[in-house]
Design a protein around this ligand. Structure first.
Ligand SMILES: [Zn+2]
Ligand SMILES: [Zn+2]
Length: 247
């Protein structure tokens, strides 16, 4: 079986393990291919991303590991490029395009930090209207360019388990994600089926939701499983359960 995971964080950003520890774990798990995807540098929030002066070291280290383990596993050097990152995303094997922040004025609002943070931001900047923030989120996602993989397409639902914040079948919400999908489906992109929020206890199912995946499938899109892991134990986590979702 071809085992692959292309959404992996290490201690170059907010992950726990070194790239080599991940490689060794992947070999042990019998994987054919892994891809590292450090969080791109964002000047407005340095808490979770790769440091600006570590970018070259990251590329160099992955490149050394590629050679060292050449006969055992295929290793790719990618980047998870935040929409508002100013860093160049060229020179990587692939790019995951992700939106983690929305911008209002000169403020960057993290949408995946905590339920409180999201709710407060909606109150303060969106008149308490969750559909408005969802519209803003998806219109930002729609503008992702130069990425091969779209990261956690409906990340805005991270704290919406059981539709506790908003109704994902509401017309405004549906229109917002469909507009973004219509834009992205014109590009040659793959949507990840991201199991990361399940393993971290935020969601019961992957991103994107099944309804969204149906729309992607009907419109000729492609998907790939990814774990968005921040520790080696979570490599390919829940892949067996969601393998049948991939198309
Ligand atoms: Zn992400
Ligand atoms: Zn990630």
């Amino acid at each position: 079986m071809y085992l692959c995971d292309l959404h992996i964080h290490t201690n170059y950003c907010d992950g726990a393990d070194t790239p080599e520890e991940i490689v060794l774990e992947a070999i042990q798990k019998g994987m054919s291919r892994i891809g590292f995807s450090a969080h791109s540098y964002t000047y407005f929030d340095e808490s979770y991303c790769i440091k600006k002066d570590k970018i070259q070291a990251y590329k160099d280290e992955i490149s050394q590991l590629k050679e060292k383990y050449n006969d055992k596993i295929e290793i790719l050097c990618g980047i998870e490029q935040d929409f508002y990152s100013n860093e160049r995303a060229d020179g990587y094997d692939y790019v995951i395009g992700s939106v983690h922040y929305l911008k209002t004025g000169d403020k960057f609002i993290p949408i995946d930090l905590s339920a409180d943070c999201l709710t407060n931001a909606v109150r303060k900047y969106y008149n308490g209207d969750f559909y408005k923030i969802a519209e803003d989120y998806f219109s930002t996602v729609a503008k992702i360019k130069n990425a091969q993989i779209i990261g956690h397409f409906d990340l805005i639902t991270k704290f919406n388990e059981g539709f506790c914040l908003f109704d994902e079948s509401d017309e405004r919400y549906v229109n917002a994600y469909k507009n973004a999908l219509d834009m992205l489906l014109k590009q040659d992109v793959i949507f990840e089926i991201n199991t990361g929020a399940i393993s971290r206890g935020f969601k019961n199912e992957p991103y994107p939701s099944r309804v969204i995946l149906d729309y992607i499938r009907k419109n000729g899109g492609k998907t790939i499983l990814s774990s968005d892991c921040h520790k080696k134990e979570a490599l390919m986590i829940n892949f067996d359960k969601y393998q049948s979702w991939v198309f």
